[in-house]
Design a protein around this ligand. Sequence first.
Ligand code: C5P
Length: 409
Amino acid sequence: MQILQGKKILLGISGGIAAYKTPELVRRLKEKGADVRVVMTEGAKAFITPLTLQAVSANAVSDSLLDTQAELAMGHIELAKWADFILIAPATADIIAKIAAGMANDLLTTLCLATAAPIAIAPAMNQQMWHSQATQKNINTLTAWQYTLFGPGAGEQACGDVGLGRMLDVPELVDLTCQAIAAGNNNTSVEQKPLTGQKWVITAGPTREAIDPVRYISNHSSGKMGFAIAAAAQELGAEVTIISGPVNLTTPLNCKKIAVNSAIEMHQQALTYAPTSDVFVACAAVADYRIDNIANEKIKKSQDTMQLNLIKNPDIVADVAALENKPFTVGFAAETQDVKHYAQDKLARKNLDMIAANNVATVGQGFNSDNNALTVFTPNNEKELSLMNKSELAKQLVQYIHQTLLGSQ
Ligand code: C5P
């Protein structure tokens, strides 16, 4: 069955340049089985036409509160009741302010008041507008009212500025919508969220060690395992921070992501966040070495051979495990041979509480794969988690970490 099969999604579009991405968003949501109805503000229609959205959604587009014909076809209260989920993308500073003020002077704001469905907003605005006190206050109001925030992302903006405020890309919005709807379906109660009140910090992905301004040394880590652990811990109630090298993944719902490049940056962030955390999971494939002298200019091709001088990177997980007030510390061991021997050696040498070992030489698991199998060692125990997809495996690992942590207290 498709993941959004039978789900009724109301997409609210407000007037920002990112509105040009919404026909694609509608198509991707429909591809996953959703029935999508579109509501546009007056501003949205300056950027994209209702006809386009009607064509891709295969439903009439609603844009007015006072249109007698439209009210006759599907009145605003009926529309508010129809939706299983409302996504406002792009959500401008203006629509966010109106919703936070409880206004109902157009169709979209009225629907927000009249619906019982969960509402997610994907902000899209200039970085200065995003950081303004007014917008931040409004966002805090909406999140306190259980609105879900999708993004915003960082990067180059239509106005030429660089910073936070970009609407997330369509695949990310679709992923987050699926996650939010799945979380709503699970309807996990507080009792079923045993990690409530715990802070988890997870390193993920590869690191990039610069050679010069255009080149680097890295590895094949996709970050999927670390992100799956983050999602699983968050679903069980933990407050999750992911410290991630460059990856091509959607940050799981309600997790905070700190983006880093090099091992030194990851080390710095890990030692900032780890001391106040309960659990630290080192899932990143950290480069063991970095370039001694990073060239300021692009290195020119000359001789047939060249040498790079490498120096050892700090061991992030070992430094976290050496903290006076250390969190429950979990490492990973990706090995191609003698997995048990090397994993147990790392567990002891790095002073870890647990290590999850996988054999990356086995086809169909480990790096870049969607599946993995782990053998998990604690100083006194060994547990097999057999080959399964990384998100299911992550759930089992998070539960095992939690049980072990409870047993150790
Ligand atoms: O690279 P190695 O096999 O030693 O990695 C084992 C564990 O140590 C992993 O959890 C990895 O994230 C962590 N590690 C680290 N900092 C390093 C090297 C590895 O945190 N510099």
